[in-house]
Design a protein around this ligand. Structure first.
Ligand SMILES: Cc1cc2nc3c(=O)[nH]c(=O)nc-3n(C[C@H](O)[C@H](O)[C@H](O)COP(=O)(O)OP(=O)(O)OC[C@H]3O[C@@H](n4cnc5c(N)ncnc54)[C@H](O)[C@@H]3O)c2cc1C
Length: 286
């Protein structure tokens, strides 16, 4: 690993001022679990890292919002999302997802902003946050802007962030009544997923009145599956309707073969796991 300088600013404004829009050799670092591995592999050779760990405490805090949702500071460790009662109460699917997201050593160190900014399509939280309709507050030298989590991901390890912008907050609206995330791994249970599917449903009686469905890992970026959402809207959740949703997911998702399985295998996983995730969210037997 090539030598680098480490800056430890005490405020967000100072951190942003240390970044340079024209110099990608200066990078922010949060937990360092992804960045350090990439530096060891020689994929990144930054000359200066700007640590976000010393900026104002509010960026490491989770707060309940008046609309029933959550405001999560970008420097919050993933372990907090697993342990804090307010997360389990307001967005139980996030707390549940943590249990199989890597191991506790990684979750203790990794931060939510670093997790999202890493931009790896195999990450577990992006499809969950997309299904929940979460947005990001992004700060740069000219102030703050807000984008939907689904608009962050532009390609493999590519995001919509400029080199001098930082994710500062994740805002999760009040969660739908029925939510679930299922990941399928081809190695250990807490390994990177071959497929992740997140579902957020509202029901009126037996019929679906609102549906957001998102996929990760099997596609080149995490994204919504809008044909599945359309297939579910207004439907009573019969076995036939759930099977149709699985077929729609398998038809819509563009999948590629990789070390975790062939495209045909992943397409079959998508078909099966879409139905399972809908059943899990609504308390039906899988
Ligand atoms: C052994 C191992 C197993 C893993 N298994 C899984 C798994 O099963 N599922 C899963 O989802 N993930 C898994 N991960 C990935 C893990 O979730 C990420 O490494 C972690 O979330 C990254 O967070 P970090 O704070 O360490 O980011 P860092 O490594 O600090 O940063 C990652 C990237 O984000 C940038 N950055 C950091 N913070 C910000 C910010 N606020 N704004 C803008 N840019 C920023 C950095 O410059 C860098 O490009 C695994 C990682 C390891 C090491």
């Amino acid at each position: 690993m090539t030598p680098f300088e480490l800056a430890q600013p005490a405020s967000l404004a100072e951190a942003i001022a240390l970044l340079d829009p024209n110099d990608t050799a200066i990078r922010p670092i949060a937990g360092g679990t992804a960045l350090m591995l990439m530096m060891k592999m020689g994929l990144y050779e930054p000359q200066k890292l700007i640590s976000l760990r010393g900026i104002e405490p509010r960026y490491s805090e989770v707060a309940a919002t008046a609309d029933g949702g959550l405001r999560i500071g970008a420097v919050t460790p993933l372990r907090q999302l697993e342990m804090l009662p307010v997360v389990a109460e307001r967005a139980p699917v996030i707390a549940h997802t943590m249990r199989r997201l890597s191991n506790v050593r990684v979750r203790n160190v990794a931060r939510l902003g670093g997790h999202l900014a890493h931009g790896d399509p195999h990450l577990d939280l992006p499809p969950v946050l997309i299904a929940l309709g979460a947005t990001l507050a992004i700060a740069g030298p000219n102030g703050e802007r807000t984008i939907a989590v689904e608009d962050l991901f532009q390609g493999y390890l590519e995001t919509a962030l400029a080199p001098d912008e930082l994710i500062v907050e994740v805002n999760v609206p009040a969660a739908a009544a029925h939510t679930a995330y299922l990941k399928h791994t081809t190695r250990s249970a807490d390994d990177w997923p071959a497929l992740g599917i997140a579902v957020a449903l509202d029901m009126q009686g037996d019929s679906v009145s609102g549906a957001r469905v998102a996929i990760g890992a099997a596609t080149d970026t995490p994204r919504r599956l809008t044909s599945v959402e359309a297939a579910l809207q207004g439907e009573a959740l019969s076995d036939a309707a759930i099977n149709r949703a699985g077929e729609a997911a398998a038809a819509e998702a563009e999948v590629h073969s990789d070390a975790r399985g062939s495209a045909a295998y992943k397409r079959e996983l998508i078909r099966v796991f879409t139905g399972r995730t809908i059943r899990q969210a609504t308390g039906r037997e899988a």
